[in-house]
Design a protein around this ligand. Structure first.
Ligand SMILES: *Cc1c(COP(=O)(O)O)cnc(C)c1O
Length: 372
């Protein structure tokens, strides 16, 4: 079965007479439970939930591994760092991108850094992180990076890391399993914020970890139960419902992203544009090797913060908001947050599912307003 069909049916039980295709959310803190521990699959709501099980089965199928769902992307990131970085009498070293998602970096350097874990950082472009792997416990990869859209070679870096005894984890939030499959490229673990592209409706916060090793998945489940960052069944059910349209959404979003990138390229108001799907983009060659789709994020730089704000305020259809991957096209001036090393006029643009021509028209008329 192809991805589009797998996404529609992922994690669903066989269709039964008189039953819905996707069983409704199981809202339970306790379940009927007689006898000894281990004799019932469901006992208490912080340990397990059938709605989680169906969703985890769906993602495990799409990504090729065992999935554990968490209450947010950062809860999943915390679980990975918490499980993988064990004292064991040795100094733990995490190699991270200096240009990746700032929340993961802040957590690694802050909470974990203050507990004796060493964080080494290098830019993603040119596979720079590979140079820091001596003595590393964990190589953290994010490709394409958010928001700069540099790309690194997952397969090459994973081989290098494994040769040096490090585990490899890829943050696949922007691509999802239908855009890039890191486990097939050699990664040990995939982490994702499902608040973004995967669920795509800007209405929930969720995350997950997927791994080829059942042992790692068990440890992630234990960590989730002990630490308590459990997702609500309703959110997980909504997320599962959303996966059915993932392939359709990505198809439109990625097609629009390419058209927006091409339209931006031709404009004198735009200092530069990044989109891995543009043949002339510095990321394109490696991206073409490992990505199934090039994603829905386009980055570009206008003259300064004033020009960027004028662009955003002149858009009629494109909404100013943070985050990415939703059905509504959004954009923001990234420097308003601090935290990312970006130019004042840097805009992160996330294409939604509106008509492609409407979005391109909106971008062009907003650029006209910038130069007016
Ligand atoms: C948003 C994001 C996260 C954090 O996810 P939350 O669901 O907001 O906790 C992690 N990694 C990347 C790449 C993200 O964009």
């Amino acid at each position: 079965m192809r991805d589009g069909s797998r996404a529609v049916w992922a994690g669903l039980p066989p269709v039964s007479q008189g039953e819905p295709f996707l069983p409704g959310p199981v809202l339970a803190s306790v379940y009927g439970f007689r006898g000894d521990v281990g004799t019932s699959p469901y006992t208490y709501g912080r340990y397990h939930n059938p709605t989680w099980t169906n969703f985890e089965r769906a993602l495990g199928d799409l990504e090729g591994g065992h999935t554990v769902v968490f209450s947010s992307g950062l809860a999943a990131v915390t679980a990975v760092l918490g499980v993988v970085l064990q004292p064991d009498g040795k100094r733990n070293v995490v190699v991270m991108p200096s240009d990746g998602y700032y929340g993961a970096r802040a957590l690694a350097e802050g909470f974990f850094g203050s507990r004796g874990i060493e964080v080494r950082k290098a830019p993603t472009a040119g596979d720079a992180q590979g140079k820091l792997l001596d003595g590393a416990t964990l190589l953290w990869i994010e490709t394409p990076t958010n928001p700069g859209l540099d790309v690194c070679d997952i397969r090459a870096l994973a081989e290098e890391a494994h040769a040096k005894g490090a585990l490899v984890i890829v943050d696949n939030s922007s691509s999802t399993a239908l855009g890039q499959r890191p486990l097939e490229l050699g990664a040990d673990l995939v982490v994702s914020s499902d608040s973004k592209s995967l669920t795509g409706h800007s209405d929930l916060i969720l995350g997950h970890v997927t791994t080829k090793e059942e042992g790692w998945a068990k440890k992630m489940q234990e960590f989730r139960s002990q630490q308590g960052a459990v997702p609500g069944p309703l959110e997980v059910w909504l997320a599962h419902r959303s996966i059915a349209t993932l392939d359709l959404r990505l198809e439109r979003q990625c097609a629009t992203a390419l058209e927006v990138a091409k339209a931006l390229k031709g404009r004198r108001e735009v200092k530069y544009v990044r989109y891995p799907g543009l043949a002339e983009d510095p990321s394109h060659q490696v991206a073409a090797k490992q990505m199934i789709r090039y994603g829905q994020i386009v980055s570009f730089v206008l003259a300064d913060a004033t020009a960027a704000d004028r662009f955003l305020n002149s858009c009629k259809l494109v909404v100013t908001a943070t985050s990415f991957g939703g059905v509504h096209t959004t954009a923001e001036r990234r420097s308003r947050w601090g935290g990312d090393a970006v130019a004042p006029g840097f805009i992160r643009f996330s294409t939604g599912c509106e008509d492609t021509a409407d979005i391109v028209d909106d971008v062009l008329q907003a650029l006209d307003a910038v130069s007016r």
